[in-house]
Design a protein around this ligand. Structure first.
Ligand code: BT5
Length: 282
């Protein structure tokens, strides 16, 4: 269970495994599942690369259009926020980046990351029937373990300013394939739902849901988005500790506002708007 194809292939310590050609992602397969029209206007499905965010950035800087999608079977330098690494074993996960150029949304990169986490969580719920949750600012959690992360990076060139939104999802990764550093904190959709999930269907489901919000602009969409996210974010109402660079803040997470900021109350009438950081529920 929780591996691709009918038999187990050897996995080395870089997470490399032979690709089963039947399950390799292709633009044609993605298009059979995709309803979105802007997202996926151009699709590049690659094999081994450093990072889909790097490739998407290069394409954006040379004119890559709004909605262009890059996926990979394997990332040898998959990255998280602040120089952290993203474990990206071959063929088992989704490594997806989108070029986003909507002027309305790229002015709110934090909200785009939250939208990425929210649509990934709702897509996992729909495709696998498990209770994925959003952990502000950029994570998707299943049974208290991280199943997906989102990395938003802003840039210029090749057209209107852009955000590259990278989404990494552990889809069919087996428990024993996570490196020791992640065994207590990470999980995959397959581990939690007990069956393999089609990466192509899950990507299409994420993009379709993302586009519903992305093609709209104005205050209404911000309100609708935040209203939809909040019930999926169990940290609201909890006491949290937020690490922001050198500063640590502890208080009650009371709200997410329309900019995507987390509102933390340290004492009555003392509210802080946080735009990023590492959150632990105390
Ligand atoms: C993230 O960063 O969660 C953003 C991850 C974004 C990955 C995608 S894949 C497609 C695109 N191309 C890229 O190169 N990146 C994006 P952050 O919140 O900083 O979390 C990173 C931390 O999560 C690491 O330091 C580990 O502790 C943990 N981690 C690493 N790989 C993981 C995995 N596969 N599953 C769960 N946790 C992981």
């Amino acid at each position: 269970m929780c591996y691709r194809g009918g038999g187990r292939s050897p996995v080395n310590d870089r997470g490399e495994e032979a690709i089963d050609t039947d399950t390799r992602l292709t633009a044609a397969t993605l298009r059979t599942h995709l309803n979105a029209t802007t997202l996926g206007s151009s699709i590049f499905c690659l094999d081994e690369i450093a990072s889909t965010n790097h490739v998407a950035r290069e394409r954006a800087q040379t004119g890559g259009e709004d909605g262009t999608i890059v996926t990979a079977e394997f990332q040898n330098r998959g990255k998280g926020r602040q120089g952290r690494k993203w474990f990206s074993p071959k063929g088992a996960g989704i490594y997806l980046s989108m070029i986003l150029r909507s002027a309305f949304h790229t002015r709110r990169p934090e909200l785009l990351s939250l939208l990425g986490a929210f649509t990934t969580a709702t897509a996992i719920r729909a495709e696998a029937g498990v209770q994925a949750e959003v952990k502000w600012p950029n994570d998707v959690i299943l049974n208290n373990r991280k199943v997906a992360g989102v990395l938003g990076e802003s840039g210029h060139g090749g057209g209107p300013p852009f955000v590259i939104l990278g989404v990494g999802v552990n889809v069919n990764t087996r428990a024993e394939d996570f490196p020791p550093a992640l065994t207590d904190t990470a999980t995959s959709v397959c581990i939690e739902c007990g069956r393999e999930i089609s990466r192509a269907r899950l990507i299409a489901s994420i993009l379709d849901r993302f586009e519903e919000f992305y093609l709209r602009s104005g205050l209404d969409v911000l309100t609708d988005l935040v209203t939809a996210i909040k019930p999926m974010c169990p940290m609201l109402g909890q006491t949290v500790r937020v690490q922001q660079e050198q500063e640590v803040l502890e208080g009650k997470a009371v709200d997410i506002d329309e900019t995507g900021a987390l509102i933390v109350e340290t004492e009555p009438y003392s509210r802080h708007r946080l735009h990023g950081g590492e959150v632990t529920v105390v």
